[in-house]
Design a protein around this ligand. Sequence first.
Ligand SMILES: [Fe+2]
Length: 236
Amino acid sequence: MDAIPTRYEAEDLLYQSGQDNPGGWYDHSQYVALGAEIIASHHPQLDSNVAYILGLLHDIGRRTGQSNMRHTIDGYRYLEPLGYSDSARICLTHSFPIKNVHAHAGVWDCPPEDVAFVAGFLADTEYNDYDRLIQLCDALALPTGFCLIEKRLVDISLRHGVNEYTIPRWQATFDLQQYFEQIIGGSIYELLPGIVENTFSTPMSSDLHTLSTGPVTQNGQADLALPSFFEAASPA
Ligand SMILES: [Fe+2]
């Protein structure tokens, strides 16, 4: 995983993309990055800085405006020409804990040939622990912060509905949780700040696209309406 931007470059890419399409996805992306960084720091083979960068850009395809599953391939096509093929890969794999282009929450709002491309990419890709980690962290982060996986999964289903893959997909996500908890030797919930507050004290996220963002600055740094721990985790 070396074809990725630097941490600063990734923060700048996200910042610019958040300006292009403001929404809850912007804060969500930062929490996914922070969660990935924290969990990776307890994983013997993962680099926490790499995990942070991959998490930060996993939804970058949402920069183009309102989209559904198209955001995966939009993100891939944005990052790949920049030379960040490892980050581009995460844009595609993060939505598929089950390797099946139909096993997702949402609809494919792009041409059939694009769906076929994603299907081929997934078939040719052997998931590594970075793919798995971002899949897991995507299921842990609301725009308001970390929450119990169950809350995030229900939130997604309330917004996108359910299909025949919903329960297998949920099970695959819980399998990811168990996989990483065995590696780190403890509960992921003991590592992530704000779980109790965000699980029990805030409403569902509603739509990631329409939630407003907090105040932002020009330098791409994480001084949004996020807790102070995030600023501490994101050096200039
Ligand atoms: Fe996401």
